[in-house]
Design a protein around this ligand. Structure first.
Ligand code: DX5
Ligand code: ZN
Length: 227
C-alpha cells in the first residue's frame, strides 16, 4: 500500500487546525507541511509556530518539507514544534550532510529533496544519512501546478540507488488520481498531494484521498514504511 501525505498548503488557512484533523480523519497517512521562505522559493507560507499550533490536532506523522535557505538555523525549531520527518533540499546549501546529521541528531527522520532539474546522483553521497528522498514533480513554491513527467526518471533512478535500504521515496507536486499511478510505478511509496486532496472542501476529502490511493495501488505501488 502506498502512503498518502496531503499537503496543508492547499487547505483553508483560516481554519488550519480543523482542516488538518479533517484530512487525517479522511484517511491521510502523513500530514505534509510545506515551509517556504520567499528566498529559496518565490513564495512564503508558514514557520515553526504554525507547525506547533497544528500538532495537537492529530497524531499523524508530521512530514515537514523545508523550502528554505539556509535551513540549518531552523532545524531545531521545527523539531521542537513537533515535526516527525524533516526534509531539506539538496540545492538549498553547501552542507547537506551536516543538515541531515543535525536532523538525525534531533531524533527525527531525515529527508533530502530534489528539484525537477536536479540529477538523482546529487544525493548519492548522503544515502547513509537519509530516511526519505523527496522527488519534486513541480518546481517548488506553489500548489496547483502541473506534474512534470520527466521527473519520473528521477524517481526510478532514486529507487534503483536506494534498493535494499530502508528509505522512503516521496513524490511531491501535481499528484492526482491520474499521475499517482505513474509515480507509484516509477518507485514512489509516499504521495504528497495538495490540491487533489483538498479540492471541494471537507465533504470531499475522504473520496479524494481514496481516489489517489486507489490509483497508486492499482499501479502496483510498494509498501510504505510506517512510523
Ligand atoms: C510545492 C509543494 C507541494 C505542493 C503540492 O512547492 O512542495 O507540496 O503543495 O501541491 P499540489 O499537489 O497542488 O501540486
Ligand atoms: Zn511539499
Amino acid at each position: 500500500m502506498t502512503l498518502l501525505a496531503p499537503s496543508i498548503l492547499a487547505a483553508d488557512f483560516s481554519r488550519l487546525g480543523e482542516e488538518t484533523r479533517a484530512i487525517a480523519q479522511a484517511g491521510a497517512d502523513w500530514i505534509h507541511l510545506d515551509v517556504m521562505d520567499g528566498h529559496f522559493v518565490p513564495n512564503i507560507s508558514f514557520g515553526p509556530a504554525v507547525v506547533k499550533a497544528l500538532r495537537p490536532w492529530t497524531d499523524k506523522v508530521f512530514d515537514v518539507h523545508l523550502m528554505i535557505a539556509p535551513a540549518d538555523p531552523y532545524l531545531a525549531a521545527f523539531a521542537e514544534a513537533g515535526a516527525d520527518a524533516i526534509t531539506v533540499h539538496v540545492e538549498a546549501g553547501p552542507h547537506i550532510h551536516r543538515s541531515l546529521q543535525t536532523i538525525r541528531g534531533l531524533g527525527k527522520r531525515a529527508g533530502v529533496a530534489l528539484n525537477p532539474g536536479t540529477p538523482a546522483s546529487m544525493i548519492e553521497p548522503v544515502l547513509d544519512m537519509v530516511d526519505l528522498v523527496l522527488v519534486m514533480t513541480v518546481n517548488p513554491g506553489f500548489g496547483g501546478q502541473s506534474f512534470i513527467g520527466s521527473a519520473l526518471e528521477t524517481i526510478a533512478r532514486v529507487k534503483a540507488m536506494t534498493a535494499g535500504r530502508d528509505i522512503d521515496i516521496s513524490v511531491d507536486g501535481g499528484i492526482t488520481a491520474e499521475t499517482a499511478g505513474p509515480a507509484a510505478q516509477a518507485g514512489a511509496n509516499i504521495l504528497v498531494a495538495g490540491s487533489a486532496a483538498f479540492k471541494g472542501g471537507p465533504d470531499h476529502y475522504e473520496k479524494n484521498v481514496a481516489a489517489i490511493r486507489a490509483a497508486a495501488d492499482a499501479a502496483g505501488g510498494r509498501d510504505g514504511v510506517r512510523c
